[in-house]
Design a protein around this ligand. Structure first.
Ligand SMILES: [Zn+2]
Length: 290
């Protein structure tokens, strides 16, 4: 049992190294980013208040060493390493996957708990006159699934406008399990990914007024396969929508999910912590939180 009266909150998907830049951009655009003390101070504050943990997510081959240097001093931050399926990563996939693997090998054991994010994105805006190399994109994903299999790590999947294609690739790699992060489909697709053994994670957009399909999908996910995330600095949940997101805002996802599922916030906190623990082996159990 958790001793504290606060729910145990984990943000299973945040891009910590993007927060500072996002806030600066918001400020220079003269929009109101909200109170922001800087990423380090923000994380310090969260953990001082008993925040459960953050999984910091990689998207580029070279980003891991800098992220480890900046955030591994926080006891309750863990890391993933991956290649987002942008044209540059697709074109350079052979060298970049090798580089990623070398960077993961150089990190002290236990800090990198997943491969990703990676996946298929058929929604991305490309420079005019260029088309997405879909075969290359699929091959990049396959290479990262192979890497996850070799390292015996779970995989974090980004999938946008490509549910069938994503499911087909994952089905070919049944030795690897993971999570469909920032789930963006409906309940039919939920079933497909659940059948493949995947966890389903919902980001801040599940709180948006027009996202009833996501809330319907969430209700379809068994509680032992559910994860919650911010995808910070993107997709700030209501009532912060339009501002840069930070991991602390994940509480809004927990409140919404607890309401939808008809369970208490404390119970949901324990449940999500258990799920994150069994998928990522985070070593961030609520029992040694405070
Ligand atoms: Zn992300």
């Amino acid at each position: 049992m958790i001793v504290s009266k606060k729910p145990f909150l984990i943000d299973t998907h945040a891009h910590l190294s993007m927060l500072d830049e996002f806030y600066v951009r918001f400020s220079t655009q003269q929009r109101t980013p909200g109170e922001f003390p800087g990423t380090e101070a923000l994380i310090n504050g969260l953990f001082t208040e008993g925040f459960g943990g953050i999984l910091d997510i990689g998207t580029q081959a070279g980003d891991l060493p800098g992220r480890i240097a900046a955030f591994s001093r926080f006891e309750r931050v863990r890391f993933s390493a991956g290649l987002w399926p942008d044209p540059k990563n697709i074109a350079g996939r052979r060298e970049l996957v090798a580089q990623l693997e070398a960077h993961i090998a150089a990190v002290p054991a236990g800090l990198v708990v997943a491969v990703g994010e990676c996946g298929l994105d058929h929604h991305q805006e490309l420079p005019s006159g260029t088309a997405l190399d879909k075969a290359g994109e699929t091959e990049l994903l396959e290479m990262l699934l192979d890497l996850a299999g070799r390292l015996r790590l779970p995989i974090i999947i980004h999938s946008r406008d490509a549910p069938e294609e994503t499911a087909a690739v994952l089905a070919r790699h049944s030795e690897v399990h993971g999570v469909i992060h920032c789930f963006s489909y409906g309940k039919e697709e939920v079933r497909k990914f659940l059948d493949l053994g995947y966890y389903i994670s919902f980001a801040g957009n599940v709180t948006y007024k027009n996202a009833s399909n996501l809330r319907e999908a969430l209700l379809f996910v068994p509680q032992d396969r559910l994860l919650l995330e911010t995808d910070s600095p993107f997709l700030a949940p209501v009532p912060h929508r339009g501002k840069p997101a930070n991991p602390g805002m994940v509480v809004e996802n927990y409140v919404l999910a607890a309401e939808l599922c008809g369970i208490g916030l404390m119970a949901l906190g324990e449940r999500i912590a258990e799920n994150a623990e069994s998928l990522f082996r985070l070593a961030l159990s609520p029992h040694n939180a405070f």
